[in-house]
Design a protein around this ligand. Structure first.
Ligand code: PA5
Length: 449
């Protein structure tokens, strides 16, 4: 079986001699700290051996529940925010037909849509309107069970589902993925008798895509969760403690990005050349942003969809402040084949491309851009996927997760907490006069006068 690969040659010339190898011992120490649970945030290391610990019975139960939703729903709404939905959306969109939501649905193949990731009245109202008269189900994903965005959307969805489908059917098509014991989502699931799955205590949201958080909705969308997990297992093994530095892509990626950061490269851009990978970028941004952006440190993770964004962000990348580096996700072989047709009149002058695969044009754009960016002072890393399928996506997800753990430890932060996320919540609750926030409310209102 092939593997995803990391290519760093076009970043090394931006680093002083020996800068990379200087990280060899530190990355191994960080990998060991993860393994032995001696790293900061060691309560949240459940993701490390998660792939290899998923039992066939776990997958069977997920698939059976997915089947119930597939058989009884034309639409399934995944309610969740941040780590509770980005991994799902990343995998589902990467594997789906680009126009799937516009295509006639086949029986037992519901479309997935997303809610609980914003508080827009228009969005929620339009969602309600879209779901009117539809046989829909809900997967309510919230580890804490108290996240406002998700809880608010779920309140609306539960009522609409019960009103439209009746209490009994609603019970069948609403599934909760939440904490084993705590939180409103758990209380509701137990009281209503929903099927439910547990998000392990020791797996944080942004590392949870290979728990039921991602696996259930991905199975509902009709994708092969076994292959996804197998890919992750392969990467778990390939990056284990004791793997020589240069053979461990997680160690090398963590080392290169930290070395670049220490050499003034403060922004990393994850670039893709396939619109389907847009949400991989969103998932990756959360993984690295929330893990590393603390104590006034951390590479700023940004993402671009190319070649689209070459016509918007290309100027900045090529020629703006030289504080960026780029990591390209490259798919070696597309799943489909399409050639450029010849045209007798050749008014557009494109006959020089006639007969070539569209992917060859895309690849030359990718190569040309890489060289231009390197010439422009942007170090370039590349992660190649032999093909876009569940197995290689499983490898990719785990690759980024373990590299993130190592990278955060090299940076000297706890990669597994997110204390900064609480600040906006506190202000929002105070401004909404939530009981218990009276003092904060008075202080904030005084500032607003
Ligand atoms: O990574 C994280 O921990 C966060 O992004 C959470 O997943 C997000 O805030 C949603 O939290 P919850 O699942 O508790 O609703």
């Amino acid at each position: 079986m092939k593997s995803i690969n990391l290519h760093i040659e076009k970043a090394l010339s931006f680093l002083p001699e020996g800068a990379l190898e200087a990280y060899a011992e530190q990355t191994e120490a960080a990998n060991q700290a993860l393994e032995q649970g001696t790293a900061p945030g060691n309560d949240f290391l459940g993701w490390l051996h998660l792939p290899s610990s998923i039992a066939p019975a776990d997958l069977a139960r997920l698939k059976a529940t997915a089947e119930t939703l597939r058989e009884n729903c034309e639409v399934v709404v995944v309610a969740g925010i941040g780590g509770s939905y980005l991994g799902t959306r990343a995998v589902v969109e990467a594997l789906s037909h680009s126009f799937s939501w516009l295509m006639p649905r086949q029986k037992n193949n519901p479309v997935l849509i997303y809610a609980g990731n914003n508080i827009s009245e228009d969005y929620l109202s339009e969602l309600t309107e879209y779901l009117q008269g539809k046989d829909f189900g809900v997967i309510n994903v919230s580890k804490s069970g108290t996240t406002t965005e998700t809880a608010l959307a779920f309140r609306l969805l539960k009522k609409q589902c019960e009103d439209q489908r009746g209490k009994e059917m609603a019970r069948k098509v609403i599934v909760a993925i939440t904490d084993a014991r705590r939180g409103a989502a758990r209380t509701t699931a137990d009281k209503e008798g929903y099927a439910s799955f547990v998000i392990p205590d020791n797996v944080g949201g942004r590392f949870s895509v290979l728990t039921p958080v991602g696996l259930l909705p991905i199975a509902v969308a009709g994708f092969d969760i076994e292959a996804l997990v197998q890919g992750a297992v392969a990467m778990e093994q390939a990056t284990a403690v004791g793997t020589p530095f240069r053979e461990n892509p997680c160690a090398v990626y963590a080392a290169v990005r930290n070395a670049l950061y220490q050499n003034g490269k403060k922004i990393e851009i994850l670039a893709n050349y396939h619109p389907k990978l847009h949400y991989i970028g969103e998932w990756w941004k959360q993984l690295y942003g929330e893990s590393e952006g603390k104590q006034h440190k951390g590479i700023f993770p940004a993402a671009v969809d190319l070649t689209t964004d070459l016509h918007s962000m290309g100027q900045w990348i090529q020629d703006g402040e030289r504080t960026i580096f780029e990591t390209v996700l490259s798919i070696e072989e597309p799943n489909r084949s399409l050639s450029v047709p010849s045209d007798e009149e050749n008014l557009d002058g494109l006959n020089f491309l006639a007969g070539k695969r569209v992917d060859e044009v895309n690849k030359m754009a990718e190569l040309g851009t890489q060289l231009a960016h390197v010439d422009g002072g942007v170090p370039n890393l590349k992660v190649t996927l032999p093909q876009l399928n569940e197995y290689y996506l499983g490898q990719l997800l785990y690759f980024f997760e373990r590299a993130c753990g190592i990278s955060g430890l090299l940076l000297g932060v706890n990669p597994f907490d997110q204390p900064g996320v609480e600040a906006y919540k506190k202000n929002m609750f105070a401004l909404l006069d939530k009981p218990g926030y009276e003092a904060e409310s008075a202080a904030l209102r005084a500032r607003l006068q």
